[in-house]
Design a protein around this ligand. Sequence first.
Ligand code: ADP
Ligand code: MG
Length: 485
Amino acid sequence: MAAVIEGNTGTWEMVIGLEVHAQVISEAKLFSGAATAFGAEPNSQVSLVDAAMPGMLPVINEACVAQAVRTGLGLNAQINKLSVFDRKNYFYADLPQGYQISQLYHPIVGEGTIVLDLEDGRTREVGIERLHLEQDAAKSIHDQDPRRTFIDLNRTGVGLMEIVSKPDLRSPEEVGAYLRKLRSIVRYLGTCDGNMEEGSMRCDVNVSVRKVGDNEFGTRCEVKNVNSIRAVQQAIEYEAARQVELLEDGGKVIQETRLWDPGKGITRSMRGKEEAHDYRYFPDPDLLPLELDDDWVEAIKQTLPELPDAKKARFMADYGLSEYDARVLVAERARADFYEDVAKGRDAKLSANWVITELFGALNKSGKDIGDSPVTAAQLGGLVDLIADDTISGRIAKDVFADMLETGRDADAIVEAKGLKQVTDTGAIAAVIDQVLAEQADKVAEYRSGKDKLFGFFVGQTMKKSGGKANPAAVNEILKQKLDG
Ligand code: ADP
Ligand code: MG
C-alpha cells in the first residue's frame, strides 16, 4: 500500500476523512421500544413509530444517549450539554418516514482524538470532528427475487452513532489503523459490536489528492459501499490514482458521491454531491432539544473501562513488555484479560511469548476466537510454571502444548503420562554425553583441533539422544567439562 503517488508531474499525497456509522448496542431502538437483536425474522421488530404510522411520536431512548456519551468520552471528546435532533428529508424505499432523524447543527459530541498504532511501531494522533446520533434505515434485500427488492424494517430506527474524522488520514495503512482502533475502542466500551461483516459498523470514505507540499486540500469524492477494511483500502488506492490521472491530464475532480464496485475493483459515479439545503434540514418538532446533566455525564465517566491506549502503556510499564507485544495483547479486551490471568504471579515475558506466539498462533490457524480457546488461562499458566521451574524445557513444552490444544488436558498430567520430565540428574546426562562423544570420535578430534563451531552439534546430538529431556544448561556445562576440561 503506497502512501504517496508518483505522477508524471510530481509526487501526490492522499487526504482522507472517514464517516463511520456505528450501530448502538441497546435493547430498544433510538425512538421506539422495538427490539434491536440482529438476525430476527424480517419485519418482526417494528413498532408503529418505526413503520411511520400517522400520529405516532418518537420518544428518546436514554440508553442510546448514554452509549453516545460513553463513546464520546472514550474518544476524549467534547460532550455537548445541549444537542438538537433535525429532520433530514429525502425519499427512499428504506425510509418510511420520508426523513431521517439526525443531528446536523448541534451534535451530542464534538471534537476528540484517536491514537493510531502504525505497523512500524509509531503512533499518530488523528482528530475526530464530531459524533452525532441518528436513526438507521431499513434494510433492502436484493438477492431473494430476480425482479423485486424486499424491505426489512427491523433495522429501521436502530440507533446509529455517526463518527466523523477530520481529514487527517494520509494513506490506506493509516485508514486501516484508524478503523481497527475505533473498533477496538467501541468494543471495549460495549457501545457497538464493531462487526463490519454484519453491517453494525459501516463507513463512507472521503478522498482527495494534492501535491506533496501544497497547503490547500483538493476537491474530494465520497466513496460508499466499502464493507471491510480491505475494501476501504482498495477503494482509496483506486480513487486516489483516478484523481491523480484526471488532474495530470488537465481535468478537474468533481465533488460527488461514488460507489465502490468490489467485483471490478473500481469506483463509479453515483450522484452529484448533495448539500445540507438539499435535505431541508430543520429541527424535529416532535422532539425537545437534548439537555445533559453534568452529574449524569460524570456518572457514565466513572464506569469507563481501562481503554486500549492506557492498557498498552500499563502493560509496557508493569510487565516490561515490548510495544509490539503490548499492542497485540490489548487489541481485544478478552485477549488482554487472558494474558493477565496467565501472567499473574509468573514471568511476564515468558507468559507473553506463550500467549502471543503459541496460543494466538494456534487460534489464528484454526480460525478460533480467544473465547473458544481449548486451553484456559489457568492451564496455560500451569504449562508456564513447568517451564519456569525446569520440569520441562521450552522445546518439550511445545509438544505438551500441542497435546493440550488437542485433548484439553492439563500440562502436568501430560508430562506425567508421557514421561516428559526434564532430566537434571547430572550423572545420567554425563552418561549420554559419553555415548555421543564415543560415537562421534572424528568430530571430537576436529573440535579439539580448533573447530569450535561443532560445540552446538554435540549439544544437539545429546538432546536428541535424551529425547529432548536433558536439561540444556546441564548439557552445556558437562559438555564443556568433557571437551575442554
Ligand atoms: P458531508 O456531510 O457533506 O459529507 P462533512 O463535513 O461531514 O461533509 O465531511 C465528511 C468527511 O469528509 C469528513 O470525514 C472530513 O474529514 C472529510 N473531508 C473534508 N474535506 C476533505 C478533503 N478535501 N479531502 C478528503 N476528505 C475530506
Ligand atoms: Mg458525508
